[in-house]
Design a binder for this molecule. Structure first.
Ligand SMILES: Nc1ncnc2c1ncn2[C@@H]1O[C@H](COP(=O)(O)OP(=O)(O)OP(=O)(O)O)[C@@H](O)[C@H]1O
Ligand SMILES: [Mg+2]
Ligand SMILES: [Mg+2]
Length: 507
C-alpha cells in the first residue's frame, strides 16, 4: 500500500483548526446482559452465554436490566449530565452478521443522560472541559472472526465465524460535542479524554474498562476548517471522518494526529474530504477508508415496542448522586499534593496502577515517599519478573510491617528487599522471615569492630590514606566490611567505626 501523503503537523495547524468529536462505548460489568438473564462474562466458550433474547428468536421478549440502568445513571451523573425524567429505547435497524436480530436496541432522541461536561487534565497541566452531548444505553453486537484472506475483514475472507456471547452486553455510548480550541495538543486531548472516561468508570466500578479487551472503545471523529473561522462555532464545520474502534490511548492520539495531517494535505491540494468511517492500523500507524457515511444514514429508528420507558425516581437519582466517588482528576490532584510527589513521580505511580496501593500503605502509617519507593521499586520489579499484579503479591499492611523494621534499625534497605521477597514467597510475616533467615542487622559493635579491624589489616595502603586525611578512601573498607557481614550491618555505623579504628589503630 502506497504511503499516504501527509502534511507536516505544525504546518497543518498553521493552515487549519482541528475539530474532534469522540464517541466512547463502555461495556458495563453487570452480572447479566442488557435485556436477558444470559451471563455477561468475558472469555466463555463461543455461543454459550446465550438466551433466545440475545438472538432475537421469535417470541422472546427483552427485560431491562436494573443494574445496567443504575450504572448508566451513575455514569451520567459522573459526567455532569442532566438525567432524563423519561427516556425510551428505540430500534436501530441495519443488517450485519454480528447481530442476529437485524436491529440493535439503543436510545435515540431521548437518551438517559445529556448535556454534561468532563474535566480533562493534560500532561502540561492545562485543563480542558470537554462538553458531553449525550450518554445513552444500548446493547453490544456479537463478534466476527474472519478467516483466510489478508484484509482481516469480511470482504475477501474465506469464511467468517460469529460468536454471539457479546450480543446483548450492556453498553453506554458517550458522545461529545465537537471539541474546539485544541491546537498542537488536540491529539493529546483526545487520548486524555478517553483516559479520564476510563478512570471515571473504574472509580464507579461499572466496567472492567480494559481497552485491549474492547470493554472501552473509541470512535474518533476529526475534521479541519480553514483558519479564520475560529469564532464561528458549529456554523462552519469541515467534513468529518470517523475512525472506528480505536482500542488504546496511544492509538487514539496517533489516529487523530494522522487524520489531521492526512486531511490537511488533501485540502491544501484542493481536494475534498469524504465523509466516511475509517479503520486504524496499529502496525502502519495509518487509517484506511471504511464505508461512506452520511449524517442521514437511515436506520429507521422507531420506539422499541417491547420495552416501557425508563422513569427513574428523584430519590434514586439523589441516592446515586450522593454515592458518587470523587472525580478521578480531582482525586489525583489532591493525592499528588498530599503526598508531595513531583509530576513525574506521580505519573509513574498512575501509569503503574499503584495509586490505590500507595494510598493504602500511607494509610498504614508509611511516609508517602517510602511507600512509593517500595511499590515502584522492588515490588514492581518482582511483579514484572513474574508477570503478576503487585496487589496479588503483597498487601499494604505487609509492606508497612517491613518499613517498620527498617525504621526500627532492624533492617537496612538491602535486607528489607530480601524480607519482601520472602513475604511474596509465602515464608511468613516480616518478623518470622527476619528470624528464620537470620537477616537482622548486626548492631553488636563487638562483631563490627572485629570485621573493621580485619579489613583495615588486609588493606594497609587504604589505612595509610585514611590516616593522611583522605577520608573518601574509607569506602573500600566499608565495602569490605559490608561484604563480610553479608550486608547485615548499618553502613553509617560501619563508616563511623572505620574512621574511629583507623584513627586509633597502631601503624
Ligand atoms: N464536523 C465535525 N468535526 C468533528 N467532529 C464532529 C463533526 N460533526 C460531528 N462531530 C462529532 O462526531 C460525533 C458523532 O457521533 P454521533 O453518535 O452523534 O453520530 P454518528 O457517528 O453519526 O452515529 P453512530 O453512533 O451511528 O456512529 C460527535 O462526537 C460529534 O460531536
Ligand atoms: Mg455514535
Ligand atoms: Mg459514530
Amino acid at each position: 500500500m502506497a504511503k499516504t501523503k501527509l502534511m507536516d503537523f505544525d504546518r497543518a495547524l498553521e493552515l487549519f483548526e482541528p475539530v474532534i468529536g469522540l464517541e466512547v462505548h463502555v461495556e458495563l460489568n453487570t452480572k447479566t446482559k442488557m435485556f436477558s438473564s444470559a451471563p455477561n462474562t468475558f472469555g466463555a466458550e463461543p455461543n454459550t452465554n446465550l438466551t433466545p433474547v440475545c438472538l432475537g428468536l421469535p417470541g422472546s421478549l427483552p427485560v431491562v436490566n436494573e443494574q445496567a440502568v443504575r450504572y448508566s445513571l451513575s455514569l451520567g451523573l459522573a459526567l455532569g449530565c442532566e438525567i432524563a425524567e423519561v427516556s425510551g429505547f428505540a430500534r436501530k435497524n441495519y443488517f450485519y452478521p454480528d447481530m442476529a436480530k437485524n436491529y440493535q436496541i439503543s436510545q435515540y432522541d431521548d437518551p438517559i443522560a445529556f448535556d454534561g461536561s468532563v474535566e480533562v487534565e493534560l500532561a502540561s497541566g492545562r485543563v480542558v472541559h470537554v462538553p458531553i452531548e449525550r450518554a445513552h444505553m444500548e446493547e453490544d453486537a456479537g463478534k466476527l472472526t474472519h478467516v483466510g484472506g489478508s484484509t482481516g475483514r469480511i470482504q475477501g475472507a474465506e469464511y467468517s465465524l460469529v460468536d454471539y456471547n457479546r450480543a446483548g452486553v450492556p453498553l453506554v455510548e458517550i458522545v461529545t460535542r465537537p471539541v474546539f480550541g485544541g491546537e498542537a495538543d488536540t491529539p493529546e486531548i483526545a487520548a486524555a479524554y478517553v483516559a479520564t472516561i476510563r478512570d471515571i468508570v473504574i472509580a464507579l466500578g461499572i466496567s472492567d474498562a480494559r481497552m485491549e479487551r474492547g470493554n472501552l472503545r473509541c470512535d474518533a471523529n476529526v475534521s479541519l476548517r480553514p483558519r479564520g473561522n475560529e469564532d464561528a462555532g458549529m456554523s462552519v464545520l469541515g467534513t468529518r471522518t470517523e475512525t472506528k474502534n480505536v482500542n488504546s490511548l496511544r492509538s487514539v492520539e496517533r489516529a487523530v494526529r494522522f487524520e489531521i495531517q492526512r486531511q490537511a494535505q488533501i485540502l491544501a491540494d484542493g481536494g475534498t474530504i469524504t465523509q466516511e468511517t475509517r479503520h486504524w492500523h496499529e502496525d502502519t500507524g495509518e487509517t484506511s477508508p471504511g464505508r461512506p457515511k452520511s449524517d442521514a444514514d437511515d436506520y429507521r429508528y422507531f420506539p422499541e415496542p417491547d420495552l416501557a420507558p425508563l422513569t427513574p425516581s428523584r430519590e434514586l437519582i439523589e441516592e446515586l448522586r450522593a454515592a458518587l466517588p470523587e472525580h478521578p482528576t480531582l482525586r489525583r490532584r489532591r493525592l499528588r499534593e498530599e503526598w508531595g510527589f513531583s509530576a513525574l513521580e506521580f505519573q509513574d505511580v498512575v501509569n503503574a496502577g499503584l495509586t490505590e496501593l500507595i494510598e493504602a500503605t500511607v494509610g498504614e502509617g508509611v511516609p508517602p515517599q517510602t511507600a512509593r519507593k517500595w511499590w515502584t521499586g522492588e515490588i514492581a520489579r518482582i511483579a514484572n519478573e513474574r508477570s503478576a499484579a503487585p496487589a496479588e503479591l503483597i498487601t499494604p499492611a505487609q509492606v508497612a510491617s517491613v518499613v517498620e523494621l527498617v525504621d526500627a534499625g532492624t533492617l537496612n534497605d538491602k535486607l528489607a528487599r530480601q524480607v519482601i521477597a520472602g513475604i511474596i514467597d509465602g515464608e511468613g510475616t516480616a518478623a518470622e522471615i527476619v528470624e528464620a533467615r537470620g537477616l537482622a542487622i548486626v548492631s553488636d559493635d563487638g562483631a563490627l569492630i572485629a570485621a573493621v579491624d580485619a579489613a583495615l589489616a588486609e588493606q594497609p595502603e587504604v589505612l595509610a590514606k585514611i590516616r593522611d586525611g583522605k577520608v573518601q578512601a574509607a569506602g573500600a573498607i566499608i565495602g569490605a566490611v559490608m561484604k563480610a557481614m553479608r550486608g547485615q550491618a548499618d553502613a553509617a555505623r560501619v563508616r563511623e567505626l572505620v574512621l574511629e579504628r583507623a584513627g586509633s589503630a597502631e601503624g
